[in-house]
Design a binder for this molecule. Structure first.
Ligand SMILES: Cc1cc2nc3c(=O)[nH]c(=O)nc-3n(C[C@H](O)[C@H](O)[C@H](O)COP(=O)(O)OP(=O)(O)OC[C@H]3O[C@@H](n4cnc5c(N)ncnc54)[C@H](O)[C@@H]3O)c2cc1C
Length: 318
C-alpha cells in the first residue's frame, strides 16, 4: 500500500491554503496508485481542523510539538516520520518556506527530488511529475527511481480532494534543529501574499511611478482577497518591494484572475504568471506582447482605465 506524507505549512497557527492543495494532490496520487494512506504532518504545533484536512484528502494528521519554526528541525522531524511511515513520497508546497525545507528533507532521506511541480501523474502504477522549465517554454516530466521521492508542488495548481470525512489527529515529537526563525515580519497593507492570492492586480513600468500605485490599490480593494504584484522593472526602480515581484526571478503565481497593468509581457514576466486562468491586460500599446497571452485586453492609458475599473468592480463586488 502507498503511503504519502504531506508536510503542512502554518503561519501564526493558521494553515496555509497551499497545504490543502498538497494534501489533495497526495490523495489523488495515492488513489491513482491503487489506494493508500495520506498522512499530513505539521512540524509546529497548531490547532488542526480535522474536517478540512480530512475533506482535502488526509487520513491522519500528525502535529509535532515544536513551538517555533526551524527549517533544519522540521526536515529532521519530517524525515523521521517519513521513515516511520515507510512513505513512498513526500509532498510539500513550493512556497518560500517549503523551498527552504524540501532540499534539506530530500538530503536527509537521500531521496530524489522533483521541484516546483505543476501536475502529478500515476500512469502505469508509478508516480511522475510535470514542471515548467526554460521560463515556461517547455514542460519537463520527472520520474524518480528509488524508494522515496520528495516533490514540491506549485501553489494554485492543485486542489483539495473534497471527499468529505474527518482526519484522525495525533501528536508526535519534534526534532530540534541548529537554526531557528526568530521573527517573521508581517507584510504591510494586510493583503495576501502574491503567490497565494486567487486574484492579483499587478503593475509594470507603464504605471509611471510609485505614486500611481493608489490606482492599483483601488482595484485591489474592489476585489476581495486580491494581492498586489509587480514586474521586475518596478522592483528594480524601487517602486515596490521584491516580495511583490512576479516572474522568473520573482514569485510564480497561478491565480484565477491576473490583471497586468502597464506590463509589456516580457518572457521573464510571463514565466511567473502564464498559468493564470484569466489574464486581463491593460496597455496603451496595442502591439504589446502581453496581449498575445491575455484572455481580455484593454488598449489604453492605465491612468484613465484603472479608476473606471475600480469603480465598476466595486459595484459588482460590494
Ligand atoms: C535574467 C532575467 C530575469 C528577469 N526576471 C524578471 C522577473 O522575474 N519578472 C519580471 O517582470 N521581469 C523580469 N525580467 C525583466 C524583463 O525582461 C523585463 O525587462 C520586465 O519584465 C519589463 O517590465 P515592464 O513590463 O514593467 O516594463 P516595460 O517592458 O518597460 O513595459 C512597460 C509597458 O507599459 C506600457 N505603458 C507605458 N505607459 C503606459 C500607460 N500610461 N498606460 C498603459 N500602458 C503603458 C508600455 O506600452 C509597455 O508595454 C528579467 C530579466 C532578466 C534578463
Amino acid at each position: 500500500m502507498t503511503h504519502i506524507l504531506v508536510i503542512l505549512e502554518t503561519r501564526d497557527g493558521v494553515l496555509r491554503p497551499a497545504s490543502l492543495e498538497a494534501v489533495g494532490a497526495a490523495r489523488i496520487a495515492a488513489d491513482g496508485l491503487g489506494g493508500g494512506t495520506v498522512t499530513a504532518l505539521a512540524c509546529e504545533t497548531f490547532s488542526a481542523d480535522a474536517s478540512s484536512l480530512g475533506n482535502a484528502g488526509a487520513d491522519k494528521v500528525l502535529i509535532a510539538s515544536a513551538t517555533e519554526h526551524s527549517a533544519d528541525g522540521a526536515a529532521l522531524t519530517a524525515a523521521r516520520v517519513a521513515k516511520e511511515l515507510e512513505a513512498s513520497a513526500v509532498f510539500l508546497s513550493a512556497t518560500v518556506r517549503g523551498k527552504d525545507l524540501c532540499g534539506r528533507l530530500a538530503a536527509a532521506l537521500e531521496s530524489g527530488f522533483a521541484a516546483d511541480c505543476t501536475s502529478a501523474h500515476t500512469n502505469g502504477g508509478s508516480l511522475s511529475f510535470t514542471r515548467p522549465i526554460y521560463g515556461g517554454k517547455a514542460l519537463q516530466t520527472i520520474q524518480v527511481n528509488g524508494p522515496v521521492v520528495v516533490a514540491s508542488l506549485r501553489p494554485n495548481y492543485f486542489s483539495s480532494a473534497e471527499r468529505g470525512g474527518e482526519a484522525v489527529v495525533e501528536e508526535t515529537s519534534a526534532e530540534s534543529g541548529k537554526g531557528r526563525v526568530v521573527k517573521i515580519a508581517a507584510k504591510e497593507g494586510g493583503r495576501p501574499d502574491v503567490a497565494e492570492a486567487n486574484r492579483v492586480v499587478s503593475g509594470g513600468r507603464g504605471m509611471g511611478g510609485e505614486s500611481a500605485w493608489h490606482l492599483l490599490e483601488a482595484v485591489s480593494d474592489a476585489l476581495p482577497g486580491s494581492a498586489l504584484g509587480a514586474s521586475r522593472a518596478v522592483v528594480d526602480s524601487g517602486w515596490r518591494p521584491h516580495s511583490e515581484q512576479v516572474g522568473q526571478t520573482g514569485k510564480v503565481v497561478a491565480p484565477e484572475l491576473y490583471i497586468a497593468c502597464g506590463i509589456s509581457g516580457a518572457i521573464q514576466h510571463l514565466a511567473g504568471m502564464n498559468g493564470s486562468q484569466c489574464i486581463v491586460a491593460i496597455n496603451k500599446d496595442a502591439d504589446a506582447p502581453i496581449f498575445q497571452h491575455a484572455t481580455y485586453g484593454i488598449v489604453g492609458d492605465v491612468a484613465e482605465i484603472l479608476p473606471v475599473l475600480a469603480e465598476e468592480l466595486a459595484k459588482v463586488t460590494e
